[in-house]
Structure formats: C-alpha cells, structure tokens
Write a protein that binds this ligand. Sequence first.
Ligand code: NI
Length: 398
Amino acid sequence: MEGLKTKLKSLAAQYAEEVVNVRRHLHANPELSNQEYKTSEYIADILKDLNIPFKAGVFKTGIVALIEGKKPDKNVVALRADMDALPIKEKSEKNYCSKNDGIMHACGHDVHMASLIGTLKILNELKDEFEGTVKIIFQPAEEKSPGGAKFMIQEGALENPEPSVIFGQHVYPELDAGKIGMKPGKYMASTDEIELVIKGKGGHAAMPYALIDPVVIGSQIIVSLQQLVSRKSHFNTPTVLSFGQFIADGTYNVIPDEVRIKGTFRTFDEEWRAKALEMIENMSKSIAKGAGAECEVVIGHGYPYLVNDDEITAKAFANAVEFLGEENVVKLDLRATGEDFAYFAQAIPACFYRLGVRNIEKGINAHLHTPGFDVDESSLETGMGLMAWLALKELAQK
Ligand code: NI
C-alpha cells in the first residue's frame, strides 16, 4: 500500500488548486437548507464532465454518484458531504466572500463538498486499480431539522448498491490544518427543542396577591428542570439542558399574562432522552398547575445522537495515522452539538471525523456559525487525500 499512499498524496497535491477554486465558487454562492439547487447543478456538471454515473433529486437537491472499480459488487463504501449554508451575513474582505446577502457557508459545508469532489476525482483516476465501489453522497439540509439525511435514506440512498460502511467529515476550527480528529463510540448529542408557554394572570406589579405571576412560575420551572441533569441523569450519560430565551414582556410595574421560554435538551441515550422529555413536560405542567397557572409544552424532536462504529473507527484511526503521521491524528472528546449524519450511522456502521482548518499565524481561528468563519484551504488537500485513502483501505480489506 506504500505505493498507493504516495500516489494518493501526489494526486491530492495535483488537484489541490482546482479543488480550492471549487470551494471558493461554492463559498461565494451559498444556498440555504432545502434550496441547494444551484449547488446541486454545479456538482452534477462536474460529475458529467468526469463521466461518473449519478442520480440527482434523491430528496430534493441530493445527489448519489457511483465510482466503480474492478469487481464493483465486491464491497461498497459510502462517503458523504452536506451541502447547505446558514442565514448569516458574512464579514470578509476575501474575493470569494458570499454573493448571496445574508447567507453564508459558516459551517464549512463548502469545504466538505469541495473535499469530496477532490476525493471523487482521485478515486475516478484510480478506478482500474481498486476493487469494489465507492458511493458518493451529497446531502442537502443538514442545518435544518428534520434534516436531509433521513429522507435521502428513505429515498434509497443506501440501497442499490448497499454500502457496508459510511464516512463523513466536518471542519473543526479548534484543530490546526493538516490534522484530523476522531472518536470511536458515542460522539455527538441528540438535540431536541423545548418551548414552554406559561399562562398566568397579569396586572399591576404592586398587587401580586391578585395575580398569577408567570414570571416567578417560569423561573421556578427553569431552576427545577435542572434537577433532570443533576439528580436524574445517569453519570454515564452526559446531559445538557439550556434555556436561551425567556420572554416576559411586562415592565417595571406590569406583570405580563404569559411567559415564553425556549431551550435545548441534548444527550447520548435514546431511552433516557424519551424519559427526560416526558419528565420535562410533566414537571413543567405540574409546577405551573400547583401555582394556579397553565403550561403548554411543545417539543421539537431533532437529530438522534451520533455513534461512530468502534471497529470501523479504530481501523480508520490507524489508517489515518499511516497516511498523515501520528502527530497529525488526535483523539476527540464527546461533543454536545448535533449532526444528521447520525441517521446514516444508525443505518450502517459509520465513522464521522473532524478536519482541522485552523491557522493561528494566518489569523484563521473563528468559530463555526460566526460571520468571520473561514478555513486554511490547505486542509482541502488533507481532507480529499485522507478520505480517498480511508475508502480504499476499507475496500481492500474484503
Ligand atoms: Ni455543519
């Protein structure tokens, strides 16, 4: 495999400039979730130019392409990139700054797509040299629940042929460009949205005895619900409950009729998740009822938690070390952010890893989902080469 490694690295270096331009085009032309039409057409044109067979419209703008090596039925490995951008106004002087006002690739999905295009170019070039098939998945709407992954799977993205493994990568501004990070097992959290509406009786703040004060009741509910985290969640199952909105639109001397509260519940166990959501509803309602008020509870179910297959991820870690060197492959911690790649990981063994994009010397270290987010574009060469390597190593095993 030493020869293959050298070949992959030189192909990645050869395609780097072209792939940077692909990334810049995608970055300058971002589209929101479920509206990735031009993005989808742009990818389809690249696939046509390369004579790679593909199916467009696999859930709206989704694309599934196949690169068949020799003995294409022998084994199938899938690779996935997400396509959508965020409703954020970009702040950048760069010539590839977003041309679509108020829309920005602030989560690096432009990098995921460009890197995957680099990977498919490499694999297409080498298709006479490997056995099996690589299935390439471009997925819309990761940023907006219910997401695109679930629907692409429903529309057959993982059938005909059926992959035995799927890989996905995500940019990671906490890690330097040139490095990648992985974690076997549970990696990212389930995410649910919670909205509480407490209906009391407002009036003059000087006469609370004549009112049912939803502000005090709402405050009490928020504090009481933290018992779920401190008293009810098992210490093996990290749990986050955060409330970021509390609207009590009265004033100095006015208590409002109602209070609206919004928050998020995140954890790493489906049974506990279901139980906790039920407890949130019951506690909120009974605290409000005890105080003479009413509480409406609306729960928006988000993505499940994401599990990386232990065996696949251990192998991928070792393969990444072989490709990038030990110093460039790091172990990651649990993260309480969510990702709809979790649906792929529920369906087949999966490995979702992080691509370092930080460069402190160049001042590239802004967080994801911020107006100044950018990447060190040398990460594209790392990303496309590594993903091709992981796919070929996996195919070569059977
Ligand atoms: Ni993202």
